[in-house]
Design a protein around this ligand. Structure first.
Ligand code: F6P
Length: 551
């Protein structure tokens, strides 16, 4: 990938000047002056996703400048580089090829002379056979009973992807109960162990590295409970324990049998791994066919990202509009607001995908960046958020661009619930954009009361003024299915990629997380000692010693 300081490009400079004009423009006027605005700034993806970006503080010039910024930063070439398997994860010296996991063309793909396409299809075949045997009740536990519960033990990408997808696709679920253990806090493992029966449960130890402290601690606790508390034979472990990992050696040492090992590869990033063997809990939950449709949906968006001109390229436009706010309007955060209860984990999933990827301050030239990189991502499902933090978005002093996502068809068509949900969705994006002026409030009052406004009422109306001009993207999804969910996840992955390229950072490592991991290991060894801790700063020493005293 090229190494370009974005702030030194011609179009960054143009955007800075353009911002000075646009910062005082109101969405009200943009819509008033252009009746074709929705048509101009919306894209229909195969009737499955309608992306409306017209409620952004942009005009044609903004988009023209942003697209040219992307061109100056060699976005097209970078996209090709990723799909070609170039070693774009430079700091870990590997390619970034999660897109290959959902590419079903017959073309063979090689890395360092190795045919990885055949490795991928072998793993999918194995996953298919195994998940079918569990779902069809052929696989038996140590007492001969069929499996009813699946526990995924993993953290970060080895947890959030499978958790978000299994929750989002609950309507496609079979009889298996799926549980997730991620936190090292003993509470989570204890609570799950209370709910399951070892005779009918399988455990998926899901860890790319098979060394992550949280996952390995939870996995050992479960294994020891299985062997020591339940007195089950070690030889019966093969009926209940499985590893999804790159690290066969460590998995064997843990006691996983060879046949129970489902490999993935270093070129699959942790936060992009739900498409790999890490997605086994998804396949178990919704079956191979639906898992395949999820991959197909993601692949369809991959092709769109790879082949569509930037003017009509949804993930590219999403990434660019976000840069417009992040780097020119100086917005700090972005909200992802999904109006679908099943998708309640989507924003949490996007937090890792986006913030672990683009939360970086060193550029591709080893220099500290002088521009903002990844935004803070947060969100909640609609309409619950409306009754808590939306107040701040409407009337607070913070500027928060938001994505609104809703399916047009629901899986639970009860009475008029869905049409009400939709009306909230449309009302929010409209109110955020256009607000309510004092005059409009007064007119509304006359219309409904037909009387003069009292002094007290007038004062109260003053506080009801909403300035509007809060930008939103709307995504109308035909229905949440495995295929459209695949589209949506891939859409956001490529938005993040687009931004990483322009920020001139490496989006596929996470050294900050590693710092915390290593620090915790060191501190653990000092906590275990009986002596007073003096090796750290006075605050850390003080906290550790207070704990030792109370203990
Ligand atoms: O949180 C940091 C991280 O490295 C993530 O990228 C990854 O998804 C997670 O830890 C878990 O790692 P592993 O799958 O190796 O246990």
């Amino acid at each position: 990938m090229k190494n370009i300081n974005p702030t030194k490009t011609k179009f960054w400079n143009k955007l800075q000047k353009h911002y000075l004009k646009m910062k005082n423009v109101h969405l009200k006027n943009l819509f008033k002056n252009d009746l074709n605005r929705f048509k101009k700034f919306s894209l229909n993806y195969k009737n499955l996703i309608l992306f409306d970006y017209s409620k952004n503080i942009i005009n044609e010039k903004t988009i023209y400048y942003l697209i040219n910024l992307a061109k100056e930063c060699f976005l097209k070439e970078s996209i090709k580089s990723m799909f070609n398997g170039d070693f774009i994860n430079v700091t870990e010296n590997q390619p970034v090829l999660h897109t290959l996991l959902r590419n079903f063309t017959k073309k063979k793909f090689f890395i360092n002379g190795e045919n990885i396409s055949s490795d991928i299809s072998k793993v999918f075949k194995k996953m298919k056979k195994f998940s079918n045997s569990i779902i069809n009740k052929k696989w038996k536990g140590y007492t001969g009973k069929f499996i009813t519960d699946v526990v995924n033990v993993g953290i970060g990408g080895s947890d959030l992807g499978p958790l978000m997808v299994t929750e989002s696709l609950k309507p496609y679920k079979n009889h298996l109960k799926i549980h997730f253990i991620s936190n090292i806090d003993g509470t989570q493992v204890s609570e799950v162990l209370k709910r399951i029966n070892f005779e009918t449960t399988i455990f998926l130890i899901s860890s790319k590295t098979f060394t992550t402290q949280e996952t390995m601690t939870n996995a050992r606790t479960i294994r020891n409970y299985f062997l020591n508390e339940k007195n089950i034979l070690k030889s019966d472990m093969s009926k209940h324990f499985f590893a999804l990992s790159t690290n066969k050696n460590e998995a064997m040492k843990f006691g996983i049998s060879k046949e129970n090992f489902f490999p993935l590869w270093n070129w699959v990033g942790g936060r992009y791994s739900l498409w790999s063997a890490i997605g086994l809990s998804i396949m178990l939950s919704i079956g191979y066919k639906n898992f395949f449709l999820l991959l197909k949906g993601a692949n369809s968006m991959d092709q769109h990202f790879l082949n569509t001109p930037f003017e009509k390229n949804i993930p590219v436009l999403m990434g660019l509009i976000s840069i417009w706010y992040n780097n020119f309007f100086c917005s700090e955060t972005e909200a992802i607001l999904v109006y679908d209860q099943y998708m309640h984990k989507f924003a949490t999933y996007q937090q890792q995908a986006n913030m672990e990827s683009n939360g970086k301050n060193i550029d591709r030239n080893k220099k500290m960046v002088s521009w903002q990189t990844g935004p803070i991502i947060w969100g909640e499902s609609g309409t619950n958020g409306q009754h808590s933090f939306y107040q701040l978005i409407h009337q607070g002093t913070k500027f928060i661009p938001s994505d609104f996502i809703i399916p047009l068809k629901t899986h639970n068509n009860i009475n008029d619930h869905h049409i009400k949900l939709l009306s909230h969705f449309f009302a929010q994006t409209r109110s955020l954009a256009f607000g309510k002026s004092l005059n409009e409030l007064k007119n509304d009052y006359y219309e409904s009361n037909n009387e003069k406004i009292s002094c007290q009422k007038n004062n109260s109306l003053f506080y009801q003024v909403c300035l509007g001009n809060k930008p939103t993207n709307s995504f109308l999804i035909h229905k949440i299915t495995p295929y459209t969910l695949g589209l949506l996840i891939s859409l956001y992955e490529h938005k993040i990629f687009t931004q990483g390229v322009i920020f001139n950072i490496f989006s596929f490592d996470q050294w900050g997380v590693e710092l915390g991991k290593n620090a915790a290991k060191k501190i653990l060894s000092t906590i275990k000692k009986n002596s007073t801790c003096t090796v750290y700063d006075s605050s850390t020493n003080g906290l550790i010693n207070f704990f030792k005293k109370i203990k």
